[in-house]
Design a protein around this ligand. Structure first.
Ligand SMILES: Nc1ncnc2c1ncn2[C@@H]1O[C@H](COP(=O)(O)OP(=O)(O)OP(=O)(O)O)[C@@H](O)[C@H]1O
Ligand SMILES: [Mg+2]
Length: 294
């Protein structure tokens, strides 16, 4: 059960000419069927890349991927196409809707691709737009809707072919907190009432806390996992977080000190003394992190 959605040692390297970017560096995580999981982490840490691999949009350079119980590591392009159409619903970080189509047509589009008969399509589009509270906005085009309404249309479109897994990349990104909370309520309802597995990327910790589990990504790897409802785990993770924060502060202090030394703003003897002290502290915290299992 725990391997419903799974990544094992995922590596993703992007090549731009001679430059290589390692977006994922051995990322492993798993999500159970029916779970709602939040992914948090700094900009550029690999969240969208990971979601795109789960969504069958790109392949990993190495590692194993399982989605809705299927091993899709070596899926062919046609199999990935079917995965995108039938198995996952994907709400992207941007550009979810086609600007020239109405809300109705945007939700209908994935069903046309899946060759759903027209009478069924009508029923389902109306049902989905009603679920997200937009039954009176069906004929509106994206630029005639508010940001929150557009995101609700995107949710309805992602649900069009009744996917088993819903992937949402910063679904509340540009929205004010109240509208954002409303969007998360819809995702919650989809998770709880329809039993869909939801994986949501967010930078908002109050939104992340509403998930069953929170995975924190940093530099293309999972750094911690937190269960918001289980106090015990929260304390364990908080300790990890405090130590991690202290480590990054110390690294920053060291790099500032180096810069000042290079600019001749610190005397060499003073520099050596301070740097040794910082390095000693840093290694203590790194040992502590190791003890905590990371
Ligand atoms: N198509 C691409 N080609 C080259 N590099 C890429 C590509 N897509 C992403 N990257 C790089 O991979 C890294 C991870 O990017 P990703 O979009 O996964 O980050 P993210 O965690 O989603 O960030 P954000 O919070 O800003 O959305 C970044 O350094 C990015 O520059
Ligand atoms: Mg992103």
């Amino acid at each position: 059960m725990s391997e419903y959605v799974q990544a094992v040692d995922l590596v993703k390297v992007f090549k731009l000419g001679n430059v290589e970017v390692q977006a994922l560096r051995g990322l492993s995580m798993s999500v159970e069927k029916g779970e709602m999981v939040a992914i948090v982490g700094p900009s550029g840490s690999g969240k969208t890349t990971m979601l795109n691999i789960f969504g069958g949009i790109m392949r990993a350079t190495a590692g194993m991927t399982r989605i809705a119980g299927r091993d899709v590591t070596n899926a062919t392009p046609a199999e990935l196409g079917r995965l995108r159409r039938d198995v996952v619903g994907h709400i992207f970080q941007e550009l979810n809707l086609i600007p020239t189509l109405t809300a109705y047509e945007n939700v209908e589009l994935p069903m046309l691709a899946a060759k759903v008969p027209s009478s069924k399509r009508k029923e389902r589009v109306e049902e989905l737009l009603t679920i997200v509270g937009l039954e009176d906005r069906m004929k509106h085009k994206p630029d005639e809707l508010s940001g929150g309404q557009r995101q609700r249309v995107a949710i309805a479109a992602a649900m069009a072919n009744n996917p088993e897994v819903l992937l949402a990349d910063e679904p509340t990104g540009d929205l004010d907190s109240e509208t954002g909370a409303q969007i998360v309520e819809f995702l919650h309802a989809i998770n709880k009432e329809y039993g869909k597995t939801v994986i949501m990327v967010t930078h908002d910790s109050s939104i992340a806390r509403q998930a069953d589990r929170i995975y924190r990504i940093q530099d293309g790897r999972i750094r911690s996992v937190q269960t918001p409802s289980a106090d015990k785990d929260v304390t364990a993770v908080s300790r990890v977080e405090i130590v991690q924060e202290r480590i990054s502060e110390l690294k920053e202090e060291i790099s500032k000190l180096d810069t000042r030394a290079k600019q001749g703003q610190v005397e060499m003897s003073e520099f050596a003394k301070r740097r040794t002290r910082l390095e000693e502290k840093l290694s203590l915290f790194e040992e502590e992190l190791h003890r905590l299992g990371l």
